[in-house]
Design a protein around this ligand. Sequence first.
Ligand SMILES: [Zn+2]
Length: 336
Amino acid sequence: MFSIRNTTLLVIAALMLACADGGGSSKPSAESAPAEKTGNEDKTNGKTAFDGERAFKHAKTQVEFGPRPAGTPANEKARDYIVRELKSYGLKTALDEFTENTPRGKVKFKNVIAELPGESPNAIIIASHFDTKPFKEFTFVGANDGASSTGAVLEIARVMAAENQSAGRKRKYTYWFVFFDGEEAFCHDWSECLGGNDHTYGSRYMVERLRKEKQLDRVKAMILLDMIGDKDLTIPREDGSSKWLVDAIWGTAQDIGYAKEFPDRHFTVGDDDYMPFLRAGISAVDIIDLEYGSSPEDNSYWHTAEDTLDKISPRSLKIVGDVVLLSLPKVEAQIR
Ligand SMILES: [Zn+2]
C-alpha cells in the first residue's frame, strides 16, 4: 500500500529528528492498556459468530512461522495452513500459481482462493494478503501487516460456511475468500523498483487471469482487509475506495456501536491490493488502519520489528469481523 504512508513517515521521521530524542526507541512505555481482551466479551457480546480469539490464533500461528516473504519456506507454510483451515470449513480451494520477475530474481507466487457458492455465480471477494515484507536489517513478523487480516478473513470464511451449512441454503451471491501472495514490495520503497510495479503481484495477477478467462464481470465487489488488528483500532474512511461500499461498511459500524473504531473522517491509502480491481472497473474498498504506532495517529510500528503480536488484539479482530459480516446484506442489496 501507499504513497501517502511514506509521506507520513517522512514527516514523523523529521519530527523525531527535530525533537532530537536520539534514541530510535519509539516503544510505548506506558500505553494505557484498554479494557478489553476478555475472550468472554468477544464471544458473548453477540453480533455475529465471529470469534476474535480464533482469528487471533490464526495470526499467532502465522507469526510463529517467522518472516513470510513471497517465495520463502515460511510463506509456503503459511499458505498450507490457510488451505488446511479453509478445507476444514468445507470450502473448495484453488491456487493461482505464477512466476514473476522481481528485484530479487524470478519468484514463484501462489494466491489462495476459496469459494462459497451462492445462488448467483456473480461473486463478492473478501481478501487479505498473507505475505510479509522482506527486511534484512531486522526480523519482521507482520503480526498486524499480513497476519491480522489473514486471520480475520479465515474466521469470516468459517462463519459464512457454517451459516450456509446450518441454514441449508446458499447466500444470494458467491463469495471468494482470497489470500494474496506478494502484496509487499521487495525493494524498500513501494515504487522504487520495476517501474513502480514491485508490489501487489498476487492481486494484479488475479485480475489479469479473470480478464483472460472472461470472468471479471462476475466480480461485483471486492472488500480488502489490511492491518486491522491494532489494539487501538482506528479505520477512517478510505477515499480511494468505492463510496457505496464505504457507506455500507462504515454505516454498519456506526449502527452496531463501532463509530469510534470506524470514525467518520477520511484519508487516502494510495495503493493496495484493491487497486488492480478498481482499475478494472470493479467496486472495491480498503479497510485499513494506518494509525499503528506508539501514540494515536502515528504509524510507527508499521514495517518495523515492533509489528508483533502484543500490539494486536482479539477484540479488534472481532470488531472488524462483525462489521464486515453485518455489512454484507447492505452490500448485496446494492448490487444490480
Ligand atoms: Zn506492509
